[in-house]
Design a protein around this ligand. Structure first.
Ligand code: BGC
Length: 273
């Protein structure tokens, strides 16, 4: 059997790639042979971290370029895709990863808290998916990959696209939205040979959920929610992303792959209920 997780020749845009899951995915796709656009927020820490991801890819012999953009802004997203085409001539893979959390009890949640999460996690993903679809439909197909997808969109969703999350109604609503955004897009774009899927990570060791794992007590409490008995690592998601971005999964579209150590299996029902 031919090994088809090779991404040689393909160009991937990864949003929110300066840290956490996005960083691991950018590195994973580059290791598989893709040329990667490492998107990050403009300025400060994000800029420096984005540059560090690019350097680390280049040191390992890969190809990458950093590109600043706030994905919730239409003009930034258009510019991000222009930069990708300017650098690498085309775009084959979008990993819609950038996401934020602004938790708060509902009575205290400001409109700004709500809006920022929806703007980045849902509207930002729409804007990037639209830009990717436009590129996929207009660029010439890669002649080395006949009968395969002409474009691939991958959403990084969350277990909270199905698990309700008190104090994070904005976040859960954005991820629930991604579930049907992804499926509707998959239905719309399949005839164009564009594949659209999601990965729903569970608890992954990154900065976004640090308080949930950085003390032994917090980690023990978190592990009660994970039947598989360990926290996830960003590389667990990167492996799944490489597979979903590659021709090894060519017949897969409209699917959410849960990579969560069983968090969505309702572990509290073991021996109960
Ligand atoms: C959130 C994390 C959380 C995990 C499991 C993710 O989507 O970003 O903060 O630990 O879901 O609850």
């Amino acid at each position: 059997m031919q090994h088809t997780t090779d991404l040689n020749g393909r160009v991937a845009v990864v949003t929110g790639a300066s840290s956490g899951i996005g960083r691991a995915i950018a590195i994973g796709l580059a290791e598989a042979g893709a040329r990667v656009v490492v998107n990050h927020r403009a300025g400060g820490d994000s800029q420096a971290r984005g540059a560090a991801v690019v350097e680390s890819i280049q040191r390992s012999g890969g190809t990458a370029v950093a590109a600043a953009a706030d994905i919730s802004r239409e003009a930034d997203v258009d510019h991000l895709f222009e930069q990708a085409v300017q650098h690498f001539g085309r775009v084959d893979i979008l990993v819609n990863n950038a996401g934020v959390e602004h938790p708060s009890p509902i009575a205290d949640m400001t409109l700004a808290d709500w809006q920022r999460v929806i703007d980045v996690n849902l509207t930002g993903h729409f804007l990037c998916a639209r830009a990717a679809a436009r590129a996929f439909k207009t660029q010439p197909p890669d002649p080395s990959r006949q009968n395969r997808s002409v474009g691939n969109i991958l959403f990084i969703s969350s277990v909270h696209e199905v698990i309700p999350w008190a104090f994070q109604v904005n976040y859960a609503a954005s991820k629930g939205g991604i579930s049907l955004l992804m499926k509707s897009l998959a239905q719309e774009l399949a005839p164009d040979r564009i594949r659209v899927n999601s990965i729903a990570p569970g608890a992954i060791r990154t900065a976004i959920n640090q308080p949930a794992w950085d003390t032994p007590q917090a980690l023990a409490k978190l592990l009660e929610l994970i039947p598989y008995g360990r926290i996830g690592e960003p590389e667990d998601i990167a492996q799944a992303a490489v597979w979903l971005a590659s021709d090894a999964s060519d017949y897969v579209t409209g699917t959410t792959l849960f990579v969560d150590g069983g968090m969505t299996l309702y572990p509290e029902f073991r021996g109960a209920g």
